[in-house]
Design a protein around this ligand. Sequence first.
Ligand code: UD1
Length: 437
Amino acid sequence: MDKLLIEGGTPLSGEVAISGAKNAALPLLCAALLTREPLTLTNLPALNDIDTMLNLLAQMGVRVERETSKVGAGGTASADTPGKSGTATLDASGLDNPVAPYELVKTMRAAVLVLGPLVARCGEARVSLPGGCAIGARPVDQHIKGLTAMGAEVTVEHGYVHAKATGLKGRLKGARLFTDMVTVTGTENLMMAACLADGETVIENAAREPEVVDLANCLVAMGAQISGAGTDVIRIRGVDRLHGATHRIMPDRIETGTYLCAAAATGGQIRLTHTSASYLDAVIDKLMDAGCAIAIEHNALTLKAPLRPTAVSIRTSPYPAFPTDMQAQFMALNTVAEGTAVIRETIFENRFMHAVELIRLGADIKIDGNTAFVTGVPKLDGATVMATDLRASASLVIAGLVARGETLIERIYHLDRGYENLEQKLVALGAKVRRVK
Ligand code: UD1
């Protein structure tokens, strides 16, 4: 299993291009299931989660053509950035097996995103329950509740959700839906299902995440009638069919935030291109509170770190508040900041696993339920640590970049799920990082 060896202590400096957003790409790939015509997605990041989703779609009968451009991640042509971002064209005209097996769903919870589109297009679907994952139980009851309200008969047997539309000609029926909590993939699943339902669907308490808006934009380009995406009430008027389209995937706001945090923690100065500050208000605000100077351009961001950051307290909440997917990276930043930060995690019940690993590097962290108290120390010391989930791994990378001496991060397959060309990008920023087989 690959490991990442980091020799810390170098402030990050230079410029890298940000890749397309993983969390936008995954639902967008599933949107291809809604039409018999080809859907082309550009700025598709080269990530293990994307490969998993493409394999899942292929085994359902979707034809996938993938072009990996020779340009760097995010589009900068450079021999130093061998990014494999590219274009995929998905043709679901031959969709004949609306089943998502356990072997694929267990490795990636977002596979549940096929459920809504499959029931809408085929009238039924069998999708494995995702099961538990490292950051909590993460049930899919809201996805099921919504589809049931749209007239699907849903049974859960042998670990599989079996949903069957009972409307005329096997169609779902438009309905008024209210989710008990804000759920991102739940909103996306139900929005996709509603596109081909009979009549109007209203999703209340909808997620407002930019990735939901990116998906809605693509669905509208495919002929869907959607209004309100980006607010907490989304209205979808069902149509008989959707057609093909070409859509460029939005930049990855969490990858952007992760590099900003890494530069802030190491006392560096970096410029990130092919990205946008517009989805990052909460994160940029906290980085400025930490003492960073940030300059915003149309498609780029520059951060200049202070000599030592000031501790910043955060509380995670659905968008537009501070994202749970940036909590771990800010914990790493706070480990070397001046003062004490209070970090409250309100989305997931078990998302502090990086804390024990950061403590192994010398961090001063106390956990009490969903709250972590982080008191900054002047220096961390390199050690061997273990990555436990995607964003936890990112926090260990940041800590490793700051720590004195060598840090060896084990189980970095989590990073390969969500960060395109991580080592190459860090090396381009002057970091001493290498992958050890
Ligand atoms: C998505 C993101 C993930 C991010 C998370 C929260 C993707 C592919 N993943 O995950 O990176 O961390 O949003 O911003 O976009 N819940 C239920 N029942 C449900 C659905 C959700 O109880 O049916 C709970 C979850 O356990 C969690 C909370 O609701 O506590 C929010 O989860 P949700 O927004 O659904 O997360 P994901 O969509 O899985």
